[in-house]
Design a protein around this ligand. Sequence first.
Ligand code: AMP
Ligand code: MG
Length: 412
Amino acid sequence: MIPVEKARSLILDQIQRMGTEKLDLLHSLGRVLAEPVLSRRDHPPWNSSAMDGYAVRHVDVLEASEKKPVPLEVIEEVAAGVLPTKIVGRGQASRIMTGAPVPEGADAVIRVEDTRAEGGSVQIACPAEPGENVRLRGEDIQAGHVMLAQNSVMGPAEVGLLASLGRSHVLVYQRPRVAILATGNELADFDEALTPNKIMNSNGYALAAQVLEAGGVPVILGIAKDTREDLLSRLTQGLTSDLILISGGVSVGMYDFVKEVLDRLGIRMDFWKVAMKPGEPLAFGSLQAKPVFGLPGNPVSTMVTFEQFVRPALRKMQGHTLLFRPIIEAVLMERITKKPGKTHFVRAVVKKAGDRHEVWTTGNQSSGVLTSMVKAHGLLIFPSDLSEIEKGQVVKVQLLDKSFLGQAVPGY
Ligand code: AMP
Ligand code: MG
């Protein structure tokens, strides 16, 4: 039996990044860049107007006011999408629209609200600082600069940025295909009758959802009977995926043949047990650098071990640099106890109270109680060496769901 931290580093040390693929921009949302992105030109490409108004020389309007407006000759109209043709000289101005290039000679833009047009001239009713209402060339993007580093995660802002660079396609890491095999004679699926001797294969679905959430592509291998033959034939199908998940059959029951079958397939297992609860029986190994996880069958154990070990592995495969869930500190609102020797991941409910977080357990912590995972905002980490934590102590909570934050300020 090895500690959680040891198991995690043993696993992550062996995980290799996926290959790359070129995607069109919109399909890259959520993916990780496999190359840095440089800009080929400045943005804005010219000094541009931030307002609809008049491009002026600020020295011409130093004394301008409501009471004593300064008249300027209007020499041109510059709409967005056209380049100015005239240089603004002393006593002159060009009518300009938002986003249009500021003509040579001008160094500020006066808002149209602070002006009054009169035939071929305009009355300017306020002064301007040099550069006022002018967006400088290259203010946002500079040619030749790295605009997004390799391993950046593509969010909506990154999509917009790459669009503004004229990049229709991007190179990202591939999504790993994850084979999911449920095991157990007691399991039924949606296409079978749920006879009194059967329970639903909920792990297959929870795992597929966890894989999707972690960015992977689930490949459902169905349910293997607790026989060597069925396990062997279904696991063999899994070998075409990038990672294999098996739920159940890794314990010490009479029909737990997973170990034996993995052995027969030549899968080298690194460990079979981790000092944690839920989730003690947890096997990890690899076949030709393909990671294989034998997850415990109890539904909470399956999900919690996925969280601790499989999700970080899938994220590493996809090029993410942040592999783990965020951890917050919270004040424990009830005393908790356990035997020392294992790290417990306690399903917990978090509330925000003023500037601190408070945390409660979800109640029954049995590894069969899937509703505890539905209630949980996170997993309270009850360290291996401790046997009790008093009410009022500060504990660490790994956040799975931030819904407890709610909407802090109405309207924002
Ligand atoms: P095992 O590790 O195979 O002994 O399974 C431990 C417990 O988890 C048993 O109560 C199983 O019925 C249950 N279990 C195993 N696989 C699944 C599954 N795919 N869906 C729901 N429960 C399961
Ligand atoms: Mg079983």
